[in-house]
Design a protein around this ligand. Structure first.
Ligand SMILES: Nc1ncnc2c1ncn2[C@@H]1O[C@H](COP(=O)(O)OP(=O)(O)OP(=O)(O)O)[C@@H](O)[C@H]1O
Ligand SMILES: [Mg+2]
Length: 328
């Protein structure tokens, strides 16, 4: 059997941050021992509040920055060293889409030229083949050659994100990291772009890491969902099951704070208690100061991510402690 397309083993990344009046250095554990696998053709949704380490995880998975420890394997192989031929070949198979399409595009160039850029960089096809591929990509994202002749400033936000998507698909990648790809768009446009992404994923058998703070969007597109809190995964499992029966008190709070399908998004998730501070992560379970059910053990001991049945894993003394008791 072929290995999962993406295998992330215990990656960690710490940043030094100066804070306070005397500029004391604090260590920010942006990502702390994160392990994930993404099977071919599947979408893994990564959710969590601001600062939980979602984007840092995405950058490490793409090889845009190295982890302090841990490893990422792509298609069964470790990430190649940057700048090598093997790295270029690997990079052509993985692409990214970020929140701000205008920032990702060059305002001075017609968008068709920007869709063609990866084909030029990777020297794919003759000029005529490239032109045809650009037309095909514009059609794939439901735009026309006329849109291709325009500059980014003359397109709507949703159209710009379609252009970014077309460019990301130019080299026929297997894997896309989408970091808040629709968060900057109007709610009505968000659904169109997410639907397009779902359709393209199915047609092209793409594997996706989909990062978002919007649970509704994540639920729509993901097969598996991982929930992050201050650098660690606290729960992971099949999307429908996880949203229907969240086990971790944090996931439960997220799910209950998320508007029901069809309702307008309230924007960023707001939970009660002190917002998480990555520079001063609480000892034990980092969620314990906000947890309605915390017990003494939660303040001192970091809960391990443990399987609690099926493909669900939870890092919570209350949940895994209960599972152990049940089994005993
Ligand atoms: N290059 C960097 N230098 C210093 N600190 C960083 C750097 N990148 C991220 N951090 C810190 O690491 C933590 C995690 O950041 P990250 O951007 O991964 O969070 P996130 O979950 O993507 O948040 P958001 O939802 O706001 O995008 C934050 O505390 C952030 O300030
Ligand atoms: Mg982010």
């Amino acid at each position: 059997m072929s290995p999962p397309l993406v295998e992330v083993s215990a990656i960690s990344r710490t940043y030094a941050m100066r804070s306070g009046m005397f500029g004391r250095a604090a260590a920010v554990h942006a990502v702390d021992g994160v392990s994930l696998t993404i099977a071919r053709g599947q979408t893994l949704g990564l959710v969590g509040e601001s600062g939980s380490g979602k984007s840092t995880t995405g950058r490490i998975v793409l090889g845009l920055e190295p982890p302090d420890s841990g490893e990422v394997r792509f298609d069964g192989k470790p990430m190649a060293a940057p700048g090598t031929t093997a790295w270029r070949a690997q990079r052509a198979r993985m692409q990214m889409i970020f929140q701000d399409p205008l920032g990702a595009l060059d305002r001075r160039l017609p968008v068709a030229a920007q869709i063609r850029e990866p084909l030029d960089i990777h020297d794919i096809g003759t000029p005529a083949v490239r032109e045809e591929r650009v037309r095909e990509l514009l059609r794939a994202v439901e735009l026309t050659p006329a849109h291709g002749a325009r500059y980014p400033g003359a397109l709507s936000g949703g159209q710009r994100q379609r252009i970014v998507l077309a460019r990301a698909l130019a080299t026929k990648p297997d894997f896309l990291v989408c970091d808040e790809p629709v968060s900057a768009l109007d709610v009505s446009i968000q659904a169109q772009v997410v639907n397009l992404l779902c359709d393209l994923q199915a047609q092209l058998s793409l594997t996706l890491l989909f990062i978002s703070h919007d649970l509704r969007v994540v639920r729509q597109i993901s097969n598996v969902v991982a929930v992050m809190y201050l650098g660690r995964i606290v729960e992971i499992g099949s999307a429908d099951d996880l949203f229907a029966r969240p086990e971790h008190p944090y996931t439960q709070a997220l799910v209950s704070a998320s508007p029901a399908p069809g309702r307008r998004s309230a924007g960023r998730i707001v939970l009660s208690g002190d917002p998480p501070n990555p520079a001063a992560r609480p000892a034990g379970c980092a969620f314990h100061p906000r947890c309605p059910s915390a017990i003494a053990r939660c303040k001192s001991e970091v809960p391990a991510l443990e399987t609690v049945g099926g493909d669900r894993q939870v890092a919570c003394h209350l949940v895994t402690g209960a599972a152990t008791r049940d089994a005993a």
